[in-house]
Structures are given as C-alpha cells and as structure tokens.
Design a protein around this ligand. Structure first.
Ligand SMILES: *Cc1c(COP(=O)(O)O)cnc(C)c1O
Length: 376
C-alpha cells in the first residue's frame, strides 16, 4: 500500500533516468519525453551544463536565506530584465508562489483588490492562485475562495469591456493557456486588454510560468504581442528541473515591496540561482531562440502534413497542442506511452506537446510517426 496521498493520478511508466529528450523506465524501456516534466526540463534531462553548475555550487553554498545578499539573485535578475521594460525581480520556488507575489503586489500597489482573470486559465493551487484560476475542478470543495476575482470568458472583448471599471486593480492572464487547452490570446483581445489597462490605469499581470523562458520561441511570450505587462510571473522552465519561481516588475512598483512586506525562506537560494543562471545563459541566446522557432515551424508543418484534417494544431513555439474535437485524449496518451512517447493533456480534448527546447528534428520525426499511428 502506498503511503502517499492520492491527489495525483499516476501514469504507468516508472521513469528512473533521462538524457536529453530520452527517458528510461525501471525495466530499461526508453521513451521520448514530450512533456519535459510539464514544460520544466527545457534544456533536456541531465544537461551537462546544469549538472556542472549544481555540482560546483553544491560544494560552495546551498542556502543562506534572504537575511543576506545572494549575488546569484542579482545576476539572474539582470539576465531576466536585460533589454526589457522591467526593472526588478523577486525569486521564489514555484509558479503558484510567483502568482501570489504578483497578486499581493498588485493589491498593495493600487490600493484596490478586484482582479480580472479568465475561464480555463491556470494559475496554481495556493489560495490566491487557485481563486484566480478559471476552472471549477480546481476550486471544488475548497471554498470559500479569496474574494474579488472576477473570471471572464477568454478572448471575449465585449465581456471585458463590460466589466472594466475603476475598482479593477489588475488583469491577469496567460498568453497561451497551457493547462486549459493551449488557447492563445487573440490579437483583438490583446488590443482590448492594452486599451483597458491604459484607460483605467489597470495593472497587467502576465502569467508566463508555462510560456516563459523561451518556450514559445521568444524569451517571454508577451514579446510577440502588443502587450506590455507591469508584472510577469515565471517558474517551470526557469530552473530546468530545479524548483525556481520568479516575478518581474516595472520600476514604479519598487516602493510597494519595501523591506518586510513579502518574502520566502528558500526563494532564490544560491543553488537555485546557479541553475537558473545556467538555463538563461543557454536559452536567452538569440541563436538558441531562433532555433526553437525553426523547430516549431518544422513540427507544426509535419503535424499538419501527417495528421488527419479533423485535428487542429494550436499554440506557439514548443508549446503546441493537438485539438481532438470532442474526443477524450486520455486513451491516446496512454497508447503513446506504450509506444514510447510521453505526452500530457491540456484539458480533456487537447494533447499537449512540450518537448525539451533542445529536441532534435529526428526526435520530432519519431514523435510524429507515433502520433500518426495513434491518431489515424
Ligand atoms: C504550472 C503553472 C502554474 C503553477 O505552477 P506551480 O509551480 O505548479 O505552482 C501557474 N501558472 C501557469 C500558467 C502554469 O502553467
């Protein structure tokens, strides 16, 4: 009998090691990992540069707490904000924590508490992040939720315009809803959000926990739109497999997070920062991001060429989805696993494709061949 709570529905394969895109289970069977541990292991499993960084730092200093200066935080912050309109970073340990920080910062800065979020969004499992999340299955049984979140239909300009007023502190959204079905923000919706924020002085929080750190082919997904968020939240890919979360903010927010207002024991510890620095040194290279875009173009083209036309191909970069109409994707995902391809769903009807950003064309071809046999 297991001594673990049953809050996770476990997959069949017992993965014991990995290298690059390939992972191996306890029987020695190999799989192409097109989940990257849910958009986390962006530089592949056991990446030598990350292995070295964590090893070297582990012999110096693991943890000292935020009572002291942590030079690694400054380095990672500088890399995250370079050539952006952001001025400051805060580090924590997860996506939910990054969003909690963002919600607190937005409330305190504006002196208002009303935050607009969207249906099918996912922002995490802590109380604030859960209350921001637009999915009943995430809320059920846990009420009362944190007050003053209004959850609107996604990409619905009229609903947004009807709700915007002087009570709104912030609008919070993902550029591509990852958990909720690989749904991208439409250009019209982005324009309406930008206008609402401008007109009413509303803060814009973009949750880039899944879309950030190169996943969509640019450092941050918002860079491909007209949106200029006041706050961006990060996690998943930032640590390449080590738990690291982060929040970026613009200059005018600085005074709001004065000493003692917010914090975390583990956040931004030297070990975490050594890994994040290594991740950014690789992923933020323009040639690397360019390569992600090329791989994405290739992947999308192959998907469209090889899958029957009733499937839709969604998303951007290497955050892609195969829309399966009304069909449940769980059986497809189980069959793919048997055939040596690890996938994850995005809602009940979309297969999510999240290979490491270091995936090769040959590995994409192998994945396409397996997907083709399953979906044809
Ligand atoms: C995964 C995810 C989160 C939550 O991150 P955790 O590290 O699990 O707390 C928040 N927002 C988005 C968009 C995510 O994909």
């Amino acid at each position: 009998m297991s001594a673990l709570f049953g809050n996770y529905g476990k997959r069949r394969a017992r993965i014991v090691k990995g290298q690059g895109t390939i992972v191996e289970d306890s029987t020695g069977k190999k799989y192409l990992d097109f989940t990257s541990g849910i958009a986390v292991v962006s530089l592949g499993h056991a990446n030598p540069a990350i292995v070295k960084a964590i090893h070297d730092q582990s012999e110096k200093l693991w943890h000292i707490s935020n009572l002291f200066d942590i030079p690694g935080q400054e380095k990672v912050a500088q890399k995250l904000i370079a050539d952006t309109h952001f001025s400051y970073a805060f580090f924590c340990n997860s996506g939910a924590e990054a969003n909690e920080a963002a919600i607190k910062l937005a409330r305190k800065h504006t002196g208002k508490n009303h935050i607009i979020t969207f249906e099918k969004s996912f922002h995490g499992r802590t109380f604030g992040a859960m209350s921001a999340t637009g999915q009943g299955k995430v809320h059920n049984g846990f009420g009362p939720l944190v007050e003053k979140f209004t959850i609107l239909p996604f990409n619905d300009v009229a609903a947004l315009e009807a709700t915007i007023d002087d009570s709104v502190a912030a609008i919070m959204l993902e550029m591509i809803q990852g958990e909720g079905g690989v749904n991208s923000v439409s250009p019209e919706f982005a324009a309406a959000i930008a206008k609402a924020c401008d007109d009413k002085g509303i803060l814009l929080i973009i949750d880039e926990v899944q879309t950030g750190i190169g996943r969509t082919g640019t450092r941050y997904a918002y860079e491909q739109t007209i949106l200029k968020p006041n706050i961006v939240t990060l996690a998943k890919g930032l640590g390449g497999g080590f738990p690291v979360g982060g929040m970026l903010g613009t200059a005018e927010l600085y005074d709001t997070f004065s000493p003692g207002t917010h914090g975390t024991t583990f956040g931004g510890n030297p070990l975490a920062m050594s890994v994040a620095e290594t991740v950014l040194d690789h992923v933020f290279e323009p040639a690397f991001l360019q390569h992600v875009q090329e791989l994405s173009t290739y992947f999308v083209k192959q998907l469209k060429a090889n899958l029957p036309s009733n499937y839709t191909v969604q998303g951007q970069g290497l955050l892609l989805g195969i829309g399966c109409g009304d069909a449940e994707v769980a059986p497809y995902i189980a069959t793919a696993e048997e055939k040596g391809l690890l996938l994850v769903g995005a809602g009940p009807n979309v297969i999510r494709l999240l290979p490491p950003l270091t995936v090769s064309k040959a590995e994409i071809n192998e994945a396409i061949a397996i997907l083709k046999t399953i979906l044809s």
